[in-house]
Write a protein that binds this ligand. Structure first.
Ligand code: COA
Length: 180
């Protein structure tokens, strides 16, 4: 398990999937904001679930997020789009509603940076998020990510086009222990 100060990132367990599915995917607004595609219902156990893991898929590493104190499941985090030529990847995360606003998101980003830069030897990490997602933007910026651009009206979300912000962090600018 990879450990931050409050949360750990471990492998996905089979019994995590129905919880993540119910609390993240079945919340249509949350899923529509995170997915970048049209929401539709997913049958339990379906391979279509974004929380199912394919260990053969080299470009995507899914984690379940747990509290270090007690091991309760609090969300999902992914390093995806891993490009070993350009040594870059993207970060994605979603916390269960009752686990938001406790500093876990900031900690998850810190652990994913450690995994990307130290374990995988990457040199650039990227995050795309909706421009009104203050908690995600702050979680990223607290870890040193900088806003590199705004993708205007790039996301169709529940009846309107929203802007996305693209943030990047280079390994040489990464300060593992600072959360400024
Ligand atoms: C986005 C998300 C991962 C952030 O994680 P979190 O644990 O809630 O965030 P944190 O508690 O670490 O807070 C990070 C910062 O954002 C601020 N913040 C938290 N919730 C906020 C909110 N609703 N509005 C404004 N600021 C907020 C915190 O005060 C903190 O700022 P600080 O460091 O200056 O004190 C989490 O809220 C979530 O899962 N949201 C739903 C799914 C989602 O949006 N995923 C991202 C898709 S790209």
């Amino acid at each position: 398990m990879l450990k931050g100060s409050k949360v750990g990132l471990r492998a996905r367990h089979e019994d995590d999937i129905p919880i993540l599915q119910a609390e993240l995917h079945d919340d249509v607004v949350n899923a529509s904001r995170a997915a970048g595609g049209p929401w539709r219902p997913i049958t339990s156990g379906s391979k279509e679930s974004s929380f199912m893991v394919d260990d053969e898929e080299q470009g995507r590493v899914p984690f379940s997020v747990v509290e270090l104190d007690g091991g309760t499941l609090v969300g999902a985090a992914t390093l995806w789009g891993i490009d070993n030529h350009n040594r870059s990847a993207h970060i994605g995360l979603g916390l269960l509603p009752s686990s938001r606003g406790k500093g876990y998101g900031t900690d998850v980003v810190a652990v994913l940076c450690h995994y990307g830069f130290v374990v995988r030897g990457l040199q650039r990490l990227q995050i795309e998020t909706l421009s009104d997602n203050a908690a995600m933007l702050r979680s990223a910026e607290r870890n040193g990510f900088v806003r590199e651009g705004v993708l205007r009206s790039s996301a169709w979300v529940m009846g309107e086009f929203l802007d996305e912000v693209l943030l990047g962090l280079l390994v040489q600018d990464w300060k593992p222990d600072s959360k400024g």
